[in-house]
Each structure stands twice: as C-alpha cells, then as structure tokens.
Write a protein that binds this ligand. Structure first.
Ligand SMILES: C[S@@+](CC[C@H](N)C(=O)[O-])C[C@H]1O[C@@H](n2cnc3c(N)ncnc32)[C@H](O)[C@@H]1O
Length: 168
C-alpha cells in the first residue's frame, strides 16, 4: 500500500510539473537556425528573458497578441493554448512562421486563416524543456510550420526541412 501511495504522489508531481511547463517547450537550435537562415526574422513573438531566440522578443507581459506585427518578420513557437488567437494574428505580419502541433490542421481557426505555405517535417521535431528542468519527455505531437507571406525563393529553400505545400 505505501508503495502505491508513493507511485500516486510521484505521478501527481510529474503531471503538475508537466502542466506547468507544457506551454514552454523550447525550439531546438537545429530547427531554429535553419528557419532563421531562410527567413531572417526580426522578432521572437513568444518568449521570455531566458528563452528568447532573437535579440528582439515579446513576453507574456508585452502580450504578442496586442502588438503590431505588420512590419515584422515573426518567428513564433507559442504556448499551445494561444494557437487559436496566434493563427489569425499571423496573417497581419509581413512574414510569420508559426510552429504548432499537427492537430491545428483540423481546427476551425486554421481553415479560416490558411497559411500561404505549410511545412510538414518528415519526423517529429524535438523540443527542449525550460532551463533547469529534466528532459523527462518530449512533446508527443508532431509539428507543422505555418508560413504566412514567404517569397518564392524562401518557399524553395524551406524544402530542406520537409514537405512544402502551397495553400494559397
Ligand atoms: C513555447 S515557449 C517558446 C520559447 C522560445 N521562444 C522558443 O521558441 O524556444 C512560449 C513562450 O511564450 C511566452 N508567452 C506566453 N504568453 C505570451 C504572450 N501573450 N505573448 C508573448 N509571449 C507569451 C511564454 O512565457 C513562453 O516563454
């Protein structure tokens, strides 16, 4: 019996920790560097002072959803819970690349705001947990990248990262 209780408590604590950080899986440098090499982003739209991938970034306090994206070339790996609001916002950017779980493909907000290009990586991309936390699991979901406003040569270059589908 005590063993059972111990297991239950262990599982609660892992779940709580996972819940706390689930909106904060960091993009791997391998993926980000390739995307940055292709697009030359001006801002990391969803970040904090410890995990930003670009010199310019917005935090939860800034709230990316209230910022002007129209002059920006945006990179964005948002908390999953922001997806429904980030996707319509992406359309307002000069350029935006949004990383989301593939389940976005069956959402209403995706069909109402289709990206110009969809990138389907050939394997699941790995994400890093926030600094200091153990890497006890990887995101179980595969990623798709939604690209709004790319040029023809950027679309061509994107093919090094997977299958590229033009939707508009
Ligand atoms: C999935 S992490 C991405 C971290 C990093 N930019 C990367 O791609 O590896 C999402 C980040 O968005 C931040 N965030 C949460 N709500 C936000 C908001 N409304 N506006 C901007 N950033 C937000 C979180 O604090 C977290 O640091």
């Amino acid at each position: 019996m005590p063993g059972t209780y111990r297991m239950a408590f262990h599982s609660i604590s892992i779940n709580d920790q996972h819940k706390e950080i689930r909106g904060c899986w960091r993009t791997s440098p391998a993926v980000f560097n390739k995307l940055e090499g292709i697009f030359g982003f001006t801002i990391d739209a969803c970040a904090d002072r410890d995990n930003h991938l670009l010199p310019r970034y917005w935090t939860e306090e800034d709230d990316a959803l209230t910022q002007d994206w129209s002059e920006e070339r945006v990179f964005c790996n948002p908390p999953f819970g922001m997806a429904a609001k980030i996707v319509p916002k992406a359309r307002t950017a000069k350029l935006a690349v949004i990383l989301l779980p593939f389940t976005v493909l069956v959402s209403k907000y995706f069909s109402q705001n289709p990206p110009d290009v969809l990138l389907l990586p050939p394997t699941r991309w790995k994400y890093l947990p926030p600094p200091g936390l153990p890497s006890f699991t990887n995101s179980p979901l595969g990623t798709v990248a939604l690209v709004y406003g790319p040029s023809p040569h950027e679309i061509d270059d994107l093919k090094v990262l997977g299958s590229v589908y033009k939707l508009t």
